[in-house]
Design a protein around this ligand. Structure first.
Ligand code: DGY
Length: 428
């Protein structure tokens, strides 16, 4: 075990609040959905029981309609805005824990498979208990969040996990800004505002929350009628991956009806994902559900197609060429948005920086598809970034400096599970 391995383990332990992990102290003081899934991946390197516990506590917040919300507010913390009283969600729809009113990419299903396969005997009972909730969550996506093309919609940029990506600029510009009264952001008190979304972004984020609250957090209605609905490659591809992994788990559990349904949905999902292909960009791209307009630049989300196991040979070759363009344009990969595009911003959150968790998913897909040199480039860059800057939330793809919150759970987890040299060539 190296010093950095020990430091990564210490980050996970320090962010552990007793059964669930915060992304980082101060900036994000609650349990976030996909952050928790990655935390479990990290814990699995030294405490498999604690890894399962992370998924189990996340599942505790599931709504009666099956949705797993993106934030669980177990205790009010004035250091974060917008908190439980602004959202007014979760308990208001009969869930046991106050929460946000949107979901996040279902990485947890894929991590459940990884934990189970690490030790099937020990994991079987845990998996059996968790599986119905994972299944209900993916059913919710298919029921409430499928757009006209079959690709999966996000109804708030926060739902995608890629809050201020240029992918949302067109749809966000049309979100009416409400009279929100005065509010005080807390995020810009924790980190440099130049690394965060703008005030205009926040006005629209909060206007969308107000709309959802007034709709009683009826998630079906919000997708059908709400002011923001965008078919998202992140959500579509991560859900497709989740469905494939849940199918394997269903078979392991002898859940034959579920396995058959998941298999059929995977085939339909792959067809739907093709609707996100933009010939202009040579990549998959976010597409505004209301206007039909594609995003105007390439984001790292496009490169999750391999993680989803999409294998259209024509698109794949073109996507690989586009990936090479991004790799050539950024000294450190993979940038969250195309460095050659005027909207690229090397340090502003999802408008350019590198995120270790995205690298892990993209590289895993590339590795499985046999694109080994590209997968290793991503691992190598992730390693260099963390060795050079520490466990930052994200990294500048041009100079490698760390940005956002320090001592970040998911960056430490990816170090332990993949980027550390002590992992050698292992892929879990
Ligand atoms: C934030 O507060 O920045 C989060 O990304 C919202 O989920």
């Amino acid at each position: 075990m190296s010093d950095l391995d020990k430091a990564a383990e210490a980050v996970l332990r320090a962010n552990d609040r007793g059964g669930y992990t915060v992304p980082t102290a101060g900036l994000y003081p609650y349990q976030w959905n996909w952050d928790s899934a990655f935390a479990a991946l990290g814990f699995a390197e030294f405490d498999i029981d604690r890894a399962w516990r992370e998924l189990e506590t996340l599942a505790e917040g599931a709504w009666p309609n099956g949705m797993w919300p993106h934030i669980l507010f177990r205790a009010d913390d004035p250091d974060y805005f917008p908190g439980p009283s602004v959202w007014g969600a979760g308990t208001s729809v009969g869930a046991p824990i106050a929460s946000s009113g949107v979901s996040q990419p279902p990485v947890a299903a894929t991590v459940a498979r990884i934990l189970y396969e690490r030790d099937p005997e020990a994991g079987l009972a845990r998996l059996r208990a968790l599986f119905p909730k994972l299944l209900a969550w993916r059913d919710w996506f298919h029921r409430d969040r499928r757009g006209q093309s079959g690709a999966i919609l996000v109804t708030h940029p926060w739902e995608s996990g890629r809050d201020n990506s240029p992918d949302w600029d067109g749809a966000m510009a049309r979100v009416p800004i409400r009279d929100l009264g005065s509010f005080q952001r807390r995020d810009t008190g924790h980190v440099d505002p130049s690394m965060r979304p703008t005030k205009d972004d926040y006005d629209r984020y909060l206007s969308l929350v107000a709309w959802g609250r007034e709709a009683g957090w009826d998630t079906h209605r919000i997708a059908a009628e709400g002011p923001f609905a965008v078919a998202d490659p992140t959500m579509t591809f991560i859900l497709l991956r989740a469905d494939r992994d849940l199918r394997v788990l269903a078979e392991a559990l002898g859940e034959t009806e579920a396995a058959a349904r998941l298999g059929a949905d995977c085939e339909a999902g792959a067809d739907a994902a093709a609707a996100l292909w933009s010939e202009d960009l040579g990549a998959y791209a976010a597409r505004d559900e209301r206007s039909g307009v594609f995003a105007d630049g390439v984001s790292s989300a496009a490169m999750l197609a391999w993680y989803a196991d999409l294998r259209d040979p024509v698109h794949e070759q073109r996507l690989l060429a586009t990936l090479h363009d991004l790799l050539d344009a950024a000294p450190l990969a993979v940038p969250s948005f195309d460095p050659r595009h005027p909207k690229f911003d090397a340090r502003r959150y999802w408008r350019g920086p590198v995120w270790a968790v995205v690298n892990w998913m993209v590289a895993r897909g590339l590795h499985e598809a046999g694109h080994q040199s590209e997968a290793e480039r991503l691992r190598h860059d992730t390693r260099r970034l963390i060795e050079g800057a520490g466990f930052y939330e994200y990294f500048d793809p041009c100079d490698g400096s760390g940005a956002g919150g320090p001592d970040f759970t998911w960056t430490a987890a990816i170090w332990l599970a993949w980027a550390s040299p002590t992992k050698k060539e292992g892929w879990n």
